[in-house]
Design a protein around this ligand. Structure first.
Ligand SMILES: [Fe+2]
Length: 330
């Protein structure tokens, strides 16, 4: 269950209203790289970890909850940037004059709010809404959750990178010192989360390639030159590959290679110590290990999600499982 604390995690302040920046900041409220996306992504990912990886469940839930706190900070900032809009709109008697002489009597400020985002005037009454800065509604498809920590944690490192750069861009569109202080805080927390996800990924061994299957050694170190003109070379196509430590094989003419190898089916592994047999055996070992970790921690009947403290007390001294400990890695 959740509690709501009435105090924000960071002291959000705004020196003066700025509807234009309020609209831009919506990007981090209801946009594809924003705080709600982050909160929901880590929240949804956490369920699969609850039993087998309670330490990662804790990490994902802590960060998801912190992101909700950031959503609150962003929402509060947008509300402050739009200070005055709601009060003006509630002056319904004056609004009635839209049919009379006072048609254009609203002050400049409310007109600005309207012109930068009509929804501030027509829907939200001068508050945040779950859209991006262009008014596109927030959507569940922003959330990436694939039930595998070696994949999900990488998605999260990417999500934190994108959230950080959006704050970085946003900071160039306001000169309000108070707003900048808030953005600086939020940007920095993305940097912290990035490292936390990276460190968590590092505790899972092996964690590359993502998922379970180790991938085909005939194709894992080929660099196909699919362009004409000058070749660009770098550690992505020469030397050793960073994940599997194989030698990159630069294929100058992929069309010829495909023709000569019957659509790559006749290719043999080269530049790698991995063989089809070694990969098959690694696949079998890791499949067993990962599925055992999950099965061992997840009963198939009479499931319950958690133990309450009274129940725990009763079992005290017994073999009650301590949460927050990783499962024993094989
Ligand atoms: Fe974050």
């Amino acid at each position: 269950m959740f509690y709501h604390s009435k105090e924000l995690q960071f002291k959000a302040r705004v020196s003066k209203p700025d509807p234009r920046f309020a609209r831009l900041l919506l990007e981090q409220f209801g946009g594809g790289n924003g705080e709600l996306k982050a909160a929901m992504q880590y929240f949804v990912q956490a369920f699969a970890c609850h039993n087998p990886y309670p330490d990662k469940y804790d990490l994902l839930m802590d960060i998801a909850t912190e992101e909700l706190g950031h959503l609150e900070i962003v929402g509060a900032t947008i509300q402050m940037l739009l200070a005055g809009v709601n009060g003006n709109l509630k002056d319904a008697a004056e609004q009635n004059d839209v049919f009379g002489e006072k048609t254009f009597s609203k002050d400049d400020f409310i007109h600005t709010a309207f012109s930068v985002n009509p929804q501030f005037g027509t829907v939200t009454g001068g508050g945040p809404c779950l859209t991006d800065s262009n008014g596109a509604p927030w959507q569940g498809s922003y959330v990436n959750a694939n039930g595998d920590l070696t994949v999900d944690l990488r998605s999260n490192i990417a999500a934190e990178s994108r959230a950080k750069i959006v704050y970085e861009y946003l900071m160039q569109f306001t000169d309000d010192k108070d707003v900048l202080a808030t953005l600086n805080f939020l940007l920095t927390r993305e940097v912290a989360h990035f490292q936390q996800f990276e460190a968590a990924l590092d505790t899972i061994r092996p964690n590359f390639p993502p998922g379970v299957l180790q991938s085909d050694p005939r194709y894992s170190n080929i660099y196909s030159n699919h362009s004409m003109g000058d070749e660009a070379r770098g550690p992505w196509n020469e030397g050793r590959s960073p994940g599997l430590d194989e030698e990159w094989l630069y294929v100058e003419d992929p069309g010829r290679q495909v023709a000569e190898t019957d659509g790559l089916t006749q290719l043999r592994p080269q530049g790698t110590s991995r063989t089809e047999a070694s990969v098959r055996s690694a696949d079998r070992k890791l499949s067993k290990e990962r599925s055992r970790e999950i099965r061992r921690a997840t009963p198939e009947s009479n499931l319950e999600w958690c133990e309450y403290s009274a129940e725990r007390e009763k079992k005290k001294g017994g073999a009650s499982r301590t949460r927050r400990q990783p499962v024993e890695q094989m």
